[in-house]
Design a protein around this ligand. Structure first.
Ligand SMILES: [Zn+2]
Length: 242
């Protein structure tokens, strides 16, 4: 008999509900008025006594049309990726990781955040397309080709919701972990940079790309590797909610 699904486990499903205004950290419980990443404090005002209303007004809430359906769609992508990656080396891969990435981007409903060392024009194109619908924020370092740099710096009008922070190649601050986070529910982590070359290598087992569907791990990865770099510096900044 197939193992049943216990609705009790839904009580352990605590997806992120908001993004921090300063560092875009994934926040589950905004009863807390301090962001866990840099300790940014949200100061209550008469207009916004609690951060949840304030963040909603700023468009930083993550309420999905149908959270369960959306989560199932993302989980299906992760499962197909795992099954595909598990196939023995050299075998035909029915579901290449880059297809998983494209499908995940297409399913994004609120945001896509990523960190990468190196990025290719093909993937940038996919991100630009995604950014026609949702916010896409990325931390990019290791850009070696002028063509890629031009694509990032000169055509902002083509995808205004694509926001990239580019680090110089010799910056000591660029992140080494590569992650792509979709809606705070699904992440891809591993050794592959956001290039078609690397993601295609992963199809042959020569790069590691691991889908993450444990929401707590997704939040931890995101708030550890994306947000601190995005916000740059530690500070005791206070956000007065007006
Ligand atoms: Zn924050």
């Amino acid at each position: 008999m197939q193992t049943g699904f216990d609705i009790d486990s839904l009580l352990r499903f605590t997806p992120p509900g908001y993004l921090c205004e300063r560092c875009y950290a994934l926040l589950v419980d905004v009863g807390r008025v301090v962001c866990p990443v840099y300790g940014v404090q949200y100061i209550a005002t008469d207009r916004y006594p609690m951060p949840d209303e304030y963040l909603r007004a700023k468009g930083l809430d993550l309420h999905y049309k149908d959270l369960i359906e959306h989560s199932q769609a993302l989980a299906r992508i992760a499962r197909k990726t795992r099954e595909s990656v598990m196939s023995p080396y050299g075998q035909y891969t029915p579901y290449p990781p880059i297809r998983a990435l494209f499908e995940a981007l297409q399913n994004a409903e609120k945001f896509v955040h990523f960190t990468t060392y190196g990025i290719s024009v093909l993937i940038l194109g996919a991100l630009k397309l995604t950014a026609q619908r949702v916010d896409v924020r990325g931390i990019v370092s290791g850009i070696k080709h002028d063509m890629v740099l031009r694509e990032i710096t000169e055509y902002h009008d083509e995808a205004p919701r694509l926001k990239l922070q580019v680090f110089p190649n010799d910056s000591p601050h660029f992140p080494h972990q590569k992650i792509v986070v979709i809606d705070g529910l699904l992440a891809f982590k591993g050794s592959a940079n956001l290039t078609d070359f690397a993601w295609r290598k992963a199809a042959q087992g020569r790069e590691v790309i691991e889908p993450v569907t444990d929401v707590n791990e997704v939040i931890d990865l995101h708030n550890r590797y994306f947000s601190p770099v995005w916000a740059h510096t530690r500070s005791d900044e206070r956000i007065v909610m007006i």
